[in-house]
Structures are given as structure tokens and as C-alpha cells.
Design a protein around this ligand. Structure first.
Ligand code: MF3
Ligand code: CO
Length: 266
């Protein structure tokens, strides 16, 4: 069942989404070679609690950390750990909060140092594909229109691997609500989009093969060919002529530009 949100509920969800954006902005300021992902995770947990919210991933189906930090060939659900980040690492940071009972869930991928040209392009195109998907999130379209738009640019135009096993989702009082939002699909297929639906749209795009596997820890998803994977996620409300993006990359991108250890010239 897909739950449409009222205008006032959407405004509460915007606050949740923006708290995630703020948290990712802090990450964008701090991330650099030598820092461990577990220290970023601790900061993320404290920042969320300082803002009267709950880190929603912690204990979700037994997930043991505040955030997912996925480096290089880790696609998503990477465990924060004691390994120091280094030059050329590609780091996806995925954060979820519950604020006033409403979920925010979004993600950003950072590049430390100067990535290779083909990786710069992968990051740029994955972010672009997210916005192409968002363009379709209007009343009267279908979920498949979002899926198709993402697949069209990433797989058809650039030949990247679109992960099949993991999908975007509805968002609200629960982290995962209907509908599922795949990053591949047919135009005009799937559930009809209605005013007030809130979706977490999250392309997970691989430089090489689309094939992935899950580590023995039950969470960490990696590419089968060990090539890099990129993940961006926004929380979006379906509206009549133009989707309303509840989360916000602008402060994350501003901090990324000011951070001398991050690549930002996409
Ligand atoms: N953005 C991810 C998702 O929608 C994060 C979930 S991690 C989990 O599935 F630990 F909470 F499962
Ligand atoms: Co999500």
C-alpha cells in the first residue's frame, strides 16, 4: 500500500531529510585521508542525537552502525571500520534519521584526491541520473518512468552496470514503504504516481558489471568484478508539474568545494 502524505506531513519530512543533508555536510567538512570511517560514523550518530533525532539505520533489521559508509567496490551497506581513508578512495555515505516520527534517508558519494577520468565520469553521471529520475516524479507518471530514465543514461548511454538486487523505496513513518523504485525498468510501467507520495530515489551504479554479492557479515554489498560503485540518494515528494526534492545537496557540495582533500570539479 502506498501512503500519500499531507502537505503538513511533507513539511515534517522535509525537516527530516534536511537533517540528513546537514549531517552529510558535516561529513563533507571532515572527510580526508587518514580519517577512519568508524570515526565518521560516531560523529554522524552524535550529530543526529544532538538534533533531537534518532539514527534510523542503527538496529534496523539488526544493522549495527549509525550510517552506511561504502568505499570503492562496496556498493552499499558498508560497515564503518577502523581502516583509514586514503587518496583515491570513492566513499558513499548513507545516513538515515527519524525526527518527529518521520524518516529522512539520503546519500552522497565523495572522491578523495584526484580520481581517474572514468571514475569522475561515473560519479558525475550517477548524480545526473538521480536528477533525470527525479524529473519523472510527477503526478500521472509511473514508477517505471523514473526507473527507465535512470537506466537510460547510466546503462544505455554510458554502459555502466545498474545494480538489480537493491532498489529505491517509499519513505514516511517507515524507512522502507511501498512502492519499490528500481533503477531499471520500462517507461509507463509500475504504480501510478500520485500527489504527496514520498520516494527515496537511489541509483547504485557500477563502473563495470552490474553483478554484486553480499559479504558473510550479511550486509556489505560488493561488486563482483571489484570495480568501483557509486551511490546517490534524494528524498522526493511527487507533485503536479515538478517533483519537490526534500533533501538538499547544496550545502554538501559547498563544503565539498571548500575541502581541499575532496575532488569537486565534476
Ligand atoms: N538507504 C539505504 C536503504 O534505503 C539504507 C538502509 S541501511 C539499513 O536501504 F541499515 F538501515 F538497512
Ligand atoms: Co534508501
Amino acid at each position: 500500500m502506498i501512503i500519500c502524505k499531507t502537505d503538513s506531513e511533507v513539511e515534517l519530512m522535509r525537516l527530516s531529510a534536511l537533517l540528513v543533508s546537514k549531517t552529510l555536510t558535516e561529513v563533507s567538512k571532515l572527510i580526508k585521508p587518514g580519517i577512519t570511517t568508524i570515526s565518521l560514523d560516531k560523529m554522524i550518530g552524535e550529530f543526529i542525537k544532538d538534533h533531537k533525532a534518532i539514527p534510523s539505520f542503527l538496529n534496523y533489521s539488526g544493522y549495527p552502525f549509525n550510517s552506511c559508509i561504502s568505499v570503492n567496490d562496496v556498493v552499499v551497506h558498508g560497515f564503518p571500520n577502523k581502516i583509514e581513508l586514503k587518496e583515491n578512495d570513492i566513499v558513499s555515505v548513507d545516513v538515515g534519521v527519524i525526527l518527529n516520527g518521520w524518516h529522512g534517508d539520503h546519500a552522497y558519494t565523495f572522491a578523495i584526491g584526484e580520481p581517474e577520468k572514468e571514475i569522475i565520469q561515473l560519479i558525475k553521471v550517477t548524480k545526473e541520473s538521480l536528477y533525470k529520475g527525479i524529473e519523472q516524479a510527477t503526478v500521472g507518471k509511473r514508477v517505471g518512468d523514473i526507473s527507465f530514465a535512470i537506466q537510460e543514461i547510466t546503462e544505455k548511454k554510458y554502459g555502466y552496470g545498474v545494480v538489480r538486487e537493491l532498489v529505491g523505496h517509499g519513505l514516511g513513518r517507515n524507512l522502507h514503504e511501498d512502492p519499490q523504485v528500481p533503477n531499471y525498468g520500462k517507461k509507463g510501467s509500475g504504480p501510478l504516481l500520485k500527489n504527496g507520495m514520498v520516494l527515496a530515489i537511489e541509483p547504485m551504479i557500477n563502473l563495470g558489471t552490474k553483478n554484486v554479492f553480499t559479504e558473510k557479515d550479511g550486509w556489505t554489498v560488493k561488486t563482483q568484478d571489484k570495480k568501483v560503485s557509486v551511490h546517490f540518494e534524494h528524498d522526493v515528494c511527487v507533485r503536479k508539474n515538478k517533483a519537490d526534492i526534500l533533501s538538499d545537496y547544496s550545502s554538501i557540495e559547498a563544503a565539498e568545494k571548500l575541502n581541499p582533500y575532496l575532488f569537486s570539479n565534476y
